[in-house]
Design a protein around this ligand. Structure first.
Ligand code: 5GP
Ligand code: ZN
Length: 113
C-alpha cells in the first residue's frame, strides 16, 4: 500500500497524533497553513469524497465527531475553525485518502482569495 495516510494509520511513518478512536485518527499537518492545522482521516482507505458509499457516510460522521473533539482539545472550539475537504483535481487534492483539514487559531479570512 503506497498511500501515505494508510502508512500513518499503520504506524509505519510517524505523525503527531492529537486524536484517535476505532474509526478515525487526527494529526498535525506537516506543513501547517494556520496556527492550528490538523488532518482528520478515517482509518479505512477511501480515495476521495466521490468514492464514499453506504457505511462510509457513518465514518464521515465520525470524522465530524473527531473534528468537534479536536477543536475542543486544541482550544479553538469557541474562537472558531474551518473544516475543508479537497476532492479531485480542481481542489488541489494531493493525498488520495479522504481527509478534513481543521484550520484555526487565527482569523482565516475569505475562503477563496
Ligand atoms: P490535500 O491537498 O490532499 O487536501 O492535503 C494533503 C495535506 O497532507 C497537505 O496539507 C500536506 O501538507 C499534508 N501531508 C502530506 N504528507 C504528509 C505527511 O507525511 N505527514 C503529515 N502530517 N501531513 C502530510
Ligand atoms: Zn490510504
Amino acid at each position: 500500500m503506497s498511500c501515505i495516510f494508510c502508512k500513518i494509520v499503520e504506524g509505519a511513518i510517524p505523525a503527531k497524533k492529537v486524536y484517535e478512536n476505532e474509526h478515525v485518527i487526527a494529526f498535525h499537518d506537516i506543513q501547517p497553513q494556520a496556527p492550528v492545522h490538523v488532518l482528520i482521516i478515517p482509518k479505512k482507505h477511501i480515495p476521495t469524497m466521490n468514492d464514499a458509499a453506504g457505511e462510509d457516510f457513518v465514518l464521515i460522521g465520525e470524522m465530524h465527531r473527531a473534528a468537534q473533539e479536536v477543536a475542543r482539545e486544541l482550544g479553538v472550539d469557541q474562537t472558531g475553525y474551518r473544516l475543508i475537504n479537497n476532492c479531485g483535481k480542481h481542489s488541489g487534492q494531493e493525498v488520495f485518502h479522504i481527509h478534513y483539514h481543521l484550520l484555526g487559531g487565527e482569523f482565516l479570512g475569505p475562503l477563496v482569495s
